[in-house]
Design a protein around this ligand. Structure first.
Ligand code: B3K
Ligand code: ZN
Length: 876
C-alpha cells in the first residue's frame, strides 16, 4: 500500500447528496445496486473526473442518469473507478451494479456470512468492498436501503435508521426498506439478514421519545442477552444525564455475531457486536466479562454522538471519536461501579498495553500524520492514550468548563466531519485557556518521563521540588518539545495529614493540580511545617512514567494516609514493582530472592483493612505482571528470570501471610444466588486473592482443586482452573479439571475460548507443544477470530516465558501462524503480530531469534498490506 499523508487532505471534487442501495442477497452471488446522486463542488474544474474507491469488486453495470456509460468514459482499476465528462453543474445519478460473494469473504470486511447470517463491517474501508463509492469519512449522505432475500433463510432484514416497510414477493423471497435520515459516512453503513432470536425492550428519552430496543442473538441464546439490554438502558440514561445527549431514531438495534474481527461496531442505529461482548450468564461469564459487556455496550452507544452525529474528517482524526468515546465509557463505568477501582484497572491496562506500544517500534502519535494501512491504527495509543488526553483536558479545565466545552462541541459541529483542532478549539473557546502546548499530547509520541526530587528547608519551612520532564525519541520523531503535564499531587506530613502551603512559586497550581510546562521546573512551597512526602499523579492525572526517589517508608505512608485511593494503590504497586525488579536481577545473578518485609507488611495491612472495599484490596494483592516488570527493567530482558523472581516473591508473601489469607477466603465467601454487580464481584476477587496466596503457601493443588469442584459460577470456576493449570500444569488434578471443564462446556464456544486461553498462558517452555496440540483439537477453528485470538493470540501476547523461549521456537511458530492467518484474514494476522512489538527489549539471544522470525515473515510472498506494514515498522 501507498503511504497516506495528513497534509495531503483535500475535500472531494463531487458532493454526494443521496444514496439508494438495493441488495439481492445470496451466499455466493449477491447483487448490489447503488444509486448515488452527486453534484460537482463549487469551483471544481469541469474536466475533473469522479473518482470512486473499490476493493476486489466485480462490476456488472454502470449508468449515468439511467443510461449506460460508454467504455471510453470510464476506467475501473483494482482500487478505483474513474468516470469522465460528467455534468458541469447539474446533479447527476450514477448507478453501479456489483456482484459479491459473502460466503467466501474471509476477511470479514464488507459483506460476509457468519453462522448463516449476512452481516457487514465497513469501518474503516469496507464499504468499498460492497460497491464503488467515495469511501471516506467526510462524505456524509442520507441512505435508503432495500434488502431482498429468501424468506425462510433470512426472515430478518435489517439496516440503519428507521424501518420504512416491507412485503412478501410471492416467490419465496421478501423485502424490507430502511431509511436513515441522519447524514452519515459509509463506514457507518450496516446490513444484517438472517434468522435470529431477539430480546426486546423500550426506552423513553428525556424529551418523551419512544425508542424500541432490540438485541438479536442466535436462537436459544436470548436469556444471555438480558444483561446487555440492562447495560444499554443504563447507557442511554447516563448519556442524557451526564452529557445531555439524547437518542435520535425510533429504534436501536444490536446484533451479536460469532465471527468478528474486533469487539463491536457502532453502525448508526444497528450496532454489530462480537457475541463475546453481548452474551452473559453466571454459569458461563466471568465478572470481567460482565464489566466488558457493560463498557462496550456503552461505548458503541455513546458513539451515536461522538463518532456518528459528529464524525472524523479523515482517518488521521480517529482519536476524535475513539479517544473521546473511551473517555466517556470510562466515566460511565466509574459511575456504575467503584471509581477508584475502575481507575486502577484502566491504568493497569494502559501501562501493560499502551506504554509498551509507545516505547517500541510501533509508537505513533495519538493523532498520526501518516499511515500505510489504517486498520493498523486502531491502537491502544489512539484509544486509551486518546482517552487519557481527553481526561487531561477535563483535569486542566475543571468539570464545569469541560462540560461547557463539550456542549459547545456538540452544538457547533453536529452533522459535521471534523478534526482534533476543531475539538480542542471548543475547549479553548469555552475556557479562554490556550491549549496550544497541551495539544502536543496529540502530536508527540512516546511516554513522557517525569523525575522529581525534593529538598526541605527546616529553618524556612519551605519545600522545593525539582521536576524534570523528558519525552523519549520515537519513530520519525527524534526530538521533542516540553509538554503541558497536569500533575495532581499532595504533600503528606509525617502524621499523614496533608500540608496546606501558604504560598507557591515556580508553577501554576490550581486545586491539587500542578501544571508542569517546562523541561525543568523548580517549585517552592512555603509554610510546610515538616519534611513532607510528596504523592504525585493522583488518579493518574497524566499518562507518564514517574521517577521519584522514595523509601519504602515514604510509600507506606502514602499507602496508609493518602486521601486519593488510586494514589494509595499506586504507592503499593510501585513498592511491589521495585521488589520484583530486584528479584529478577537476583534470579539472573543466581542469588536467592529476598522479599522486603516492608512490602509484605504494607500489602497485608491493606488486605486486612475492612474500611477499604474488597475490590480495591484485591487490586492491591494483585502484583505487577511480568510485562510490567520487563517494562520497568527496560532492556536486555530475560523473561525466565522475571518469572522466576516473581514466583519467589509471591511465595514469600504467601508464606508470611498465610493466616490472613485464610481469613480473607473465609470472610469473603458468599451465599445466595450469583449477582454480577461490582460489589459482589469485588468480594469474589478478594476471596480469589486469598485462595491464590494460600495455594502458593501450600505448594500443593488441593485447595485449588477443591475450589474448582465447589465453584457455582464461571468467575470462581475459571480462576480455580487457572490457578491449577498455571501453578501445577502436570498435576493429575489439573488434567482432571481441564477435561471436566471441556466436557461441560464443549457446546459453548465462548467458554471454550477461556479453556484455550488458560492453557495457552501456562508458564514455561513446554506450553508451545500444548498450544500446537490444541490447534488440532476439534473445538479449535482457525477461521474464527475469537478462537484464534484465544489460543494463538493469548499465547503470544500473554505468555512471556512460553512464547519467548530461548531457542526461538515460539517466534518461529508465530511467524508460521501469521502467514497462515494472513492468507484468509489480514486484519486478524496483523493484530496478533503486534504481540512482538517489544522484541527489541529482549536480551540478545532471544532478540536475534525474534528478528529472524520477523524477517521470515517480511520475506514471504503475497503478504497483505496489513501484515507488511506491521512487520516493516517492527524491523525498521
Ligand atoms: N469503531 C469500531 C472499530 C472499527 C475497527 C476497524 N478496523 C469499534 C469501536 O471502536 O467502537
Ligand atoms: Zn469506538
Amino acid at each position: 500500500g501507498q503511504i497516506v499523508h495528513l497534509e495531503n487532505y483535500r475535500p472531494t471534487d463531487f458532493v454526494l447528496e443521496r444514496v439508494d442501495l438495493t441488495f439481492e442477497l445470496d451466499p455466493q452471488e449477491t447483487k448490489v445496486e447503488a444509486r448515488m446522486i452527486f453534484h460537482r463542488r463549487e469551483g471544481v474544474s469541469p474536466s475533473a473526473p469522479l473518482v470512486l474507491d473499490g476493493d476486489e469488486l466485480v462490476m456488472t453495470g454502470l449508468l449515468l442518469d439511467q443510461e449506460a456509460i460508454p467504455g471510453t468514459l470510464y476506467e475501473a482499476t483494482d482500487d478505483t473507478l474513474i468516470i469522465r465528462e460528467l455534468p458541469e453543474r447539474a446533479p447527476f445519478e450514477i448507478t453501479v451494479t456489483t456482484v459479491l460473494s459473502p460466503e467466501t469473504n474471509t476477511k470479514l470486511m464488507g459483506l460476509y456470512r457468519t453462522s448463516n447470517v449476512y452481516c457487514t463491517q465497513c469501518e474503516a474501508e469496507g464499504f468499498r468492498r460492497i460497491t464503488y463509492f467515495p469511501d471516506r469519512p467526510d462524505v456524509l449522505a442520507v441512505y435508503t436501503v432495500n434488502i431482498i432475500a429468501d424468506k425462510a433463510a433470512a426472515p430478518l432484514l435489517l439496516s440503519n435508521g428507521n424501518y420504512l416497510g416491507g412485503a412478501d414477493m410471492g416467490d419465496g423471497r421478501h423485502f424490507a426498506s430502511w431509511f436513515d435520515p441522519h447524514p452519515k459516512p459509509s463506514y457507518l453503513f450496516a446490513l444484517v439478514a438472517g434468522d435470529l432470536g431477539v430480546v426486546e425492550d423500550t426506552f423513553t428519552t428525556v424529551s418523551g421519545g419512544n425508542v424500541a430496543l432490540k438485541i438479536y442473538v442466535e436462537h436459544g441464546k436470548e436469556p444471555r442477552a438480558t444483561y446487555a439490554m440492562d447495560a444499554l438502558k443504563r447507557s442511554m440514561k447516563w448519556d442524557e444525564d451526564v452529557f445531555g445527549r439524547e437518542y435520535d431514531l425510533d429504534i436501536f438495534m444490536i446484533v451479536a455475531v460469532s465471527d468478528f474481527n474486533m469487539g463491536a461496531m457502532e453502525n448508526k442505529g444497528l450496532n454489530v457486536f462480537n457475541d463475546k461482548y453481548v452474551l452473559a450468564d453466571p454459569e458461563t461469564a466471568t465478572d470481567a466479562d460482565y464489566a466488558n459487556i457493560e463498557a462496550i455496550i456503552a461505548h458503541e452507544y455513546f458513539h451515536n454522538w461522538t463518532g456518528n452525529r459528529i464524525t472524523c474528517r479523515d482517518w488521521f482524526q480517529l482519536c476524535l471519536k475513539e479517544g473521546l468515546t473511551v473517555y466517556r465509557d470510562h466515566e460511565f463505568s466509574a459511575d456504575m461501579r467503584s471509581r477508584a477501582v475502575k481507575r486502577i484497572a484502566e491504568v493497569r491496562h494502559l501501562k501493560s498495553e499502551q506504554f509498551p506500544e509507545d516505547a517500541g517500534p510501533l509508537a505513533h502519535p495519538v493523532r498520526p500524520t501518516q499511515y500505510r494501512e489504517i486498520n493498523n491504527f486502531y491502537t491502544t495509543t489512539v484509544y486509551e492514550k486518546g482517552s487519557e488526553v481527553t481526561r487531561m483536558i477535563a483535569t486542566i479545565l475543571g468539570r464545569d468548563l469541560f462540560k461547557k466545552g463539550m456542549d459547545l462541541y456538540f452544538e457547533r459541529h453536529d452533522g459535521q466531519a471534523v478534526t482534533i483542532e476543531d475539538f480542542v478549539a471548543c475547549f479553548e473557546a469555552a475556557s479562554g485557556r490556550d491549549l496550544k502546548q497541551f495539544s502536543l499530547w496529540y502530536h508527540q509520541a512516546g511516554t513522557p518521563l517525569v523525575t522529581a526530587s525534593g529538598v526541605y528547608n527546616t529553618a524556612g519551612q519551605t519545600y522545593t521540588l525539582s521536576l524534570e520532564q523528558t519525552v523519549p525519541p520515537t519513530p520519525g520523531q527524534s526530538s521533542k518539545a516540553p509538554m503541558h503535564i497536569p500533575l495532581r499531587f499532595g504533600l503528606l506530613l509525617p502524621d499523614g495529614s496533608e500540608a496546606t502551603p501558604t504560598a507557591v512559586s515556580g508553577a501554576e497550581i490550581s486545586g491539587d493540580v500542578l501544571h508542569l510546562t517546562e523541561r525543568k521546573q523548580s517549585v517552592t512551597f512555603s509554610g510546610v511545617p515538616a519534611q513532607p512526602v510528596p504523592s504525585f499523579n493522583r488518579d493518574f492525572s497524566a499518562p507518564i512514567n514517574l521517577h521519584v526517589v522514595q523509601s519504602a517508608g515514604d510509600r507506606a505512608l502514602i499507602a496508609r494516609f493518602e486521601t486519593d485511593l488510586f494514589a494509595r494503590w499506586q504507592a503499593l504497586n510501585t513498592m511491589a514493582l521495585d521488589n520484583l525488579v530486584k528479584a529478577a536481577a537476583q534470579t539472573r545473578a543466581g542469588r536467592p530472592v529476598a522479599c522486603d518485609d516492608a512490602l509484605v507488611d504494607a500489602l497485608l495491612a491493606a488486605a486486612a483493612d475492612n474500611r477499604l472495599e474488597p475490590a480495591f484490596r484485591a487490586q492491591v494483592l494483585s502484583l505487577p505482571s511480568e510485562t510490567d516488570i520487563g517494562r520497568e527493567i527496560g532492556g536486555s530482558n530475560d523473561p525466565d528470570a522475571i518469572h522466576t523472581g516473581r514466583q519467589a516473591v509471591l511465595t514469600a508473601i504467601a508464606t508470611a501471610g498465610k493466616d490472613s489469607f485464610a481469613r480473607l477466603v473465609h470472610e469473603m465467601s458468599q451465599s445466595g444466588p450469583f449477582r454480577p454487580d461490582a460489589e459482589s464481584a469485588g468480594r469474589r476477587a478478594l476471596r480469589y486473592s486469598g485462595l491464590f496466596y494460600l495455594v502458593y503457601a501450600d505448594g500443593q493443588p488441593g485447595k485449588a482443586a477443591d475450589a474448582f469442584r465447589s465453584a457455582n459460577n464461571m468467575t470462581d470456576l475459571s480462576q480455580a482452573l487457572t490457578l491449577l493449570a498455571h501453578r501445577f500444569p502436570d498435576a493429575e488434578e489439573t488434567a482432571e479439571a481441564l477435561a471436566a471443564f471441556k466436557e461441560r462446556f464443549a457446546n459453548n464456544a465462548l467458554v471454550i475460548d477461556k479453556w484455550f486461553a488458560i492453557q495457552a498462558t501456562i508458564p514455561g517452555a513446554a506450553t508451545l507443544d500444548r498450544v500446537r496440540g490444541l490447534m488440532s483439537d476439534p473445538l479449535f477453528n482457525a477461521n474464527n477470530p475469537n478462537r484464534v485470538r484465544s489460543l494463538v493470540g493469548t499465547f503470544a501476547f500473554a505468555n512471556a516465558t512460553g512464547f519467548n523461549r530461548v531457542d526461538g521456537e515460539g517466534y518461529r511458530f508465530l511467524a508460521r501462524q501469521i502467514l497462515d492467518i494472513d492468507a484468509r484474514n489480514p486484519q486478524l494476522a496483523a493484530r496478533i503480530l503486534t504481540s512482538m512489538r517489544s522484541w527489541g527489549s529482549l536480551e540478545e539471544v532471544r532478540a536475534s531469534h525474534a528478528r529472524s522470525a520477523l524477517e521470515e515473515i517480511a520475506r514471504a510472498s503475497s503478504l497483505s498490506a496489513d501484515v507488511s506494514d506491521i512487520v516493516d515498522r517492527m524491523l525498521e
